[in-house]
Design a protein around this ligand. Sequence first.
Ligand SMILES: NC(=O)c1ccc[n+]([C@@H]2O[C@H](COP(=O)([O-])OP(=O)(O)OC[C@H]3O[C@@H](n4cnc5c(N)ncnc54)[C@H](O)[C@@H]3O)[C@@H](O)[C@H]2O)c1
Length: 260
Amino acid sequence: MGLLDGRVGIITGGAMGIGAATARALAREGAKVVLTDLDDAAGAKVAAEVGGVYLHHDVTDEDGWKGVVAAAEKLGRLDIVVANAGIGIMCNVLEMSLADWRRQMAINVDGVFLTVKYCIPAMRKFGNGGSVIMLSSVAGLRGSAGLAGYSATKGAVRLFAKSMALECAQAGDGIRVNSVHPGVIATPIWTKIPVGSNRPIDPYAMAAGMVPIGKAGEPEEIANGILFLASDLSSHMTGSELVIDGGMTAGRITRLASPE
Ligand SMILES: NC(=O)c1ccc[n+]([C@@H]2O[C@H](COP(=O)([O-])OP(=O)(O)OC[C@H]3O[C@@H](n4cnc5c(N)ncnc54)[C@H](O)[C@@H]3O)[C@@H](O)[C@H]2O)c1
């Protein structure tokens, strides 16, 4: 018996990183999954591995959402929605172009809005309740110099999740909505972040300095939290924040050099 036997989920940005690890975790526990992404080769590979369905879809493409929801409906129901697709642009605000600000807002915030707008009616139609999980970040809980635009998007997602949780509770539809807040996780996102120097960021090196437990998280460690929120194990949780950050938001530690 799996935790998600018989359930159907949609995962945006499922081709790699946290989305792909989530697809594997949900499928392992018995769910059928629909993955969407822009990277067709990687997305199709993950879908084949987990016995799921892959669709090319940009989360900001409103018209395309109907096809994504239809793919889940073809599998018989819709119980789980993971709004995971996101990008990070690292740049001081005064150097940021309006086009980059808008692109990040469009994917990270409009994309989550459209996810909910098209998926919740389908979940309600089947009448089984369900779970919506939105990927925010530690950057949605506190500020970071150089990540102000990204933080603005992830802070928006954090409160959007809470308000959606309340709208669903008010409607009595049995749908729970929660946000997940990863810290520094070793995924391809770090190689894509455009930084002034154009040097790729190594999440392991970065985490060694700034994560209290001294290491970067792995995508599977976030997927485990998403699995918990997707399953009935979290049945009394809605409007909550699941922080998985190796202690980053707990505070700071000082590592003293060990005595000779
Ligand atoms: N990796 C981290 O350290 C970290 C930390 C905190 C929060 N997050 C958040 O977790 C989520 C997943 O991040 P990740 O690290 O796995 O990133 P990733 O770059 O490894 O994977 C993201 C996936 O989303 C896809 N994607 C990007 N834009 C898209 C769009 N417009 N439409 C559809 N798909 C799109 C990409 O092609 C990619 O497959 C993001 O929302 C990210 O902001 C990541």
